[in-house]
Design a protein around this ligand. Structure first.
Ligand code: 6LW
Length: 527
């Protein structure tokens, strides 16, 4: 895994300045922006968390924390094409929900590539050395999970609209027992996201029901025998916001959870949910949330006292151990983009370079509307509802029709693009284009003054608008161009599973030309 450095650095900083403090309360989401389907594991006093990643590469971001509140991305689990084939993957194809587990000195991450051969796992005994090649599995469905006991490894997933269990050899992928249907849930649609835990001699089976929209919920059943029969908790669902008490809660769609016990014996739940903005819209995708769990001996687990969560969690936490936050300006001075940057599908890495003078992207003829290939496009998640992003871009060897700039990107049919383009007469102009399914609209075209070689581009996000501005004086003054409603890029309007990204791109009809991005600013206005 190529990205271990930030984790080591943050560990040193935390140790050096004794940042560990006891405190009450924390803010949700604990990992904002598109971070769905969280799964968590503890190894001694370290927690590791993974999320699904769909068509984005590298896949399955992995985070580290000491306190479950402060998380630092330490890399991606799937960082090479032999582990993650995304050829022709749809934007909402690729990697669905992962589970991370640890047994006998070895980490396991199991997931589904819905655009490849389905369920597989990878493993490693040393996170700094990366993960194995995929071990493909027989049992179908999505949301596979693992449970280890006495040298045996069990797999659960959800083929045929139910939860099925089998025993596997996790190193060869061989299925050792027949798949057996163990629970259908309480009747909600899409029973999924199963995880098995053992406590007080009971096998607990945690699942999500209701689909990943407003009716999403978490339910649980238990049995003395791992094969069942499982008895549902009479108090199900243990987490759900689709009720009167939570009708005005800004957090909706709570579901897809995983449980973990801290070294002090306390229990915690991570789950996905989304924040509504601009009416009943959400743009940032499904994010990762944290809740305390009371789990008495022989009793059912109770999430945060009443089965709901809030943005401000007024509860005791583990001793807090802050992590370093990203600087607001990225100069791309390293030998590759920082860990938060991703590509669509399997990127052509030769088209990107970083170094002392910033990021260079080679244009290709693959546009942002292309839903099969990998455009010359580097993206990072929009993690904050209110933010400002800015860059300065220049074009070199630009052919007629070349475009390079910044995009707010939900999916190929839904993005707003602010860019510089080269005309047939060799002059440049700044354009703002809205692509909304069947509609493509160029809102503005502003000539770049002769002699201006670098153009500043700025996007500001608020709950209701994205505002676009440009600068021809080296990013000193930004002149407004226009504002556009956020709602058209929301999941409710644009569809899908993934949130909005801010991207830097270059494209040209002839496939030639280079763009240089001097820096990229991402300035959050709130969490
Ligand atoms: C995931 C499923 C779900 O596999 O959505 O919200 C699917 N839950 O469990 C894609 O994220």
């Amino acid at each position: 895994m190529q990205y271990l450095k930030p984790f080591l650095i943050s560990g040193l900083i935390a140790a050096a300045s004794s940042l560990s403090i006891n405190a009450d309360g924390y803010k949700n989401p604990v990992i904002p922006g598109f971070h769905p389907d969280p799964s968590v594991v503890r190894v001694d006093d370290d927690f590791y968390l993974v999320n699904s990643s769909f068509c984005y590469f590298p896949g399955v971001p992995i985070y580290h924390s000491k306190d479950l509140v402060n998380w630092q991305q330490i890399g991606h689990v799937l960082d090479r094409k032999s582990q993650l084939n995304l050829e022709k993957a749809g934007v909402w194809g690729g990697i669905y929900a992962p589970t991370i587990r640890y047994d006998n000195g070895r980490f396991y991450m199991i997931t589904t590539n819905v655009s490849d051969k389905g369920n597989f796992l990878v493993h490693t005994t040393d996170l700094s050395k990366g993960w194995s090649e995929p071990v493909w599995l027989q049992q179908g469905g999505i949301d596979p999970s693992l449970y280890f006991e006495d040298g045996k490894c069990y797999m659960v997933s959800n083929p045929d609209v139910g939860i099925w269990l089998c025993e596997i050899d996790p190193l060869t992928g061989r299925q050792l027992t027949e798949s057996r249907r163990i629970w259908d849930g309480t009747g909600g649609r899409h029973p999924e996201a199963p995880h098995i835990y053992k406590k007080d001699g009971w096998y607990y089976l945690l699942i999500a029901e209701g689909g990943t929209e407003l009716g999403h919920s978490v339910t649980i059943a238990r049995s003395r025998d791992i094969n069942g029969p499982y008895t549902p908790n009479p108090a199900n669902p243990i987490l759900c916001h689709f009720n009167r008490e939570n009708q005005y809660n800004p957090i909706q769609g709570t579901g897809h959870a995983d449980l973990v016990q801290a070294p002090d014996g306390s229990w915690w739940l991570v789950c996905l949910a989304f924040r509504q903005q601009n009416g009943a819209h959400h743009l940032l995708g499904r994010e990762t949330y944290l809740a305390p769990v009371r789990w008495d001996k022989d009793a059912w687990p109770v999430v945060n006292g009443n089965g709901s969560i809030s943005l401000d969690m007024d509860v005791p936490t583990l001793p807090l151990s802050p992590v370093t936050t990203n600087p607001t300006r990225d100069n791309f001075s390293g030998d590759r983009p920082e860990v938060e940057w991703v590509w669509m599908r399997n990127p052509v890495m030769e088209n990107y370079s970083t170094g002392k003078d910033g990021l260079h992207i080679k244009a290709t003829d693959v546009t942002l509307d292309n839903s099969k290939e990998s455009p010359s496009l580097l993206l990072r998640r929009q993690e904050h509802i209110d933010f400002t992003a800015a860059t300065e871009v220049s074009l070199t060897n630009a052919p007629d029709g070349m475009e390079a700039g910044m995009t707010v990107f939900a999916s190929e049919p839904s993005h707003y693009d602010l860019y510089v383009t080269r005309g047939a007469d060799g002059s440049d102009s700044i354009k703002l284009r809205y692509r909304l399914n069947e509609l493509t609209h160029v809102e503005s075209s502003i000539p770049v003054p002769a002699g201006c070689r670098t153009v500043g581009l700025q996007i500001k996000g608020t709950p209701t608008t994205y505002s676009f501005a440009y600068s021809t004086d080296g990013g000193q003054n930004f002149m407004p161009i226009a504002s556009m409603n956020t709602r058209y890029l929301s999941t409710e309007t644009a569809g899908g599973f993934t949130g909005t990204f801010i991207g830097l791109f270059a494209t040209s009809p002839s496939g030639s030309g280079d763009a240089r991005f001097k820096y990229f600013d991402y300035i959050p206005e709130n969490k």
